[in-house]
Write a protein that binds this ligand. Sequence first.
Ligand code: PLP
Length: 388
Amino acid sequence: MDKRKIKRQNRQAMTAGYYFDNAATTLISEAALKTYTETARDYFGNPSAAHREGAKAHACLEECRKDIAGYLGIRPSSLFFTSGATEAISIVFSSLLHAKRPGRVITSAIEHEAVLGWKGILTELGWKFDTLRAKGGFVKAEDLEAALDEDVRLVAVQLVNNVTGAIQDIPSLVNVVRKAEERYGRRIFFFCDSVQALGKIQFSLSGLDVDGASFSAHKIRGPRGIGALYLKKGDIQVLSKAGGQERGVRGGTENLPAIAAFRTALLEDHHRESAERLCSRLRSELEGAGIRMLSPAEQHSPYILSFTTPLPSEVLTRMMADKGYCISSGSACSNNARGKAEGVILAMGFSSKDAGGAIRVSFCGEESEESVSALAEEIIRAVSGFRR
Ligand code: PLP
């Protein structure tokens, strides 16, 4: 297909409105794409090389680190580039394998699979891996407090849920963990997967007082295959230092074009007010037609809205796909998306019938109000056709 036609279609996907799956991934922004190609061309040296091109690339890398760290309100030396959030999470979880004896990990049952996937590996090695329920979408500080004991080494609770957009009260959860540290006289690492929060809700990492956090560029109109790990203290034990890049936390030649494009995408406007308007419009139009929300009404990211209908989710997503809409039955960034979303919705206390009809619509904030109303209309038409 001709390049101009693809470009026009991609822009239409975002603005004229048929792409509503931005929590899975986003269309890279024009500015980020431009940065990517320019950096690949103009800063091609290996940042570790001792010659002029290497020094130029190294300076660019450190500029990007400074700007992204500045945005997050942290020291540049506490930010490490990775291939994405999954790898950032793996660095933290795999560090447990250095422990002299297995201990306990506590997470929530609504974490992304990149966290929950560690259950199999760790339990096989004798670790206890406990998942807290999240009634209504939220992890309760009392539940975490009751679950903590002196064997716990790591607590992992996300900031924004990728299925419902629920925003966790991280400060109160961290507070409980800090008290337990005092009680047991040992360090407990608090990890916060912040992928769906970056650029979308306001937070300060130092304010949250977490020990580690993960980020990903492709959820904010940056490129795939680039993300970051925040470590309050850089003293984590990693499985392999490889070539020693990223101060030994993540070896391997840095993906500088992607890192630079990540910075560009992050510093762009994320259209938060518009996302709020679009989200509340969709919510009220669907609720007006008797469709039940799964996303909470408060403490909620306006970029994600989940609801349930009597139609099985794969039937409704297929019907919408036939009309040209991209929506999802849950966490479409992994296989068996429906199963993963169902786990989250069941852990929130909804029935399996509600979970079976779960649909996620996610915005980038640049969609038009008309396109959101048109989507709502199609959903309502499909559901009322089924009810009849
Ligand atoms: N955590 C959450 C909450 C996510 O939504 C995702 C992406 O789907 C990830 C982690 C994994 O991110 P990445 O694709 O950068 O590995």
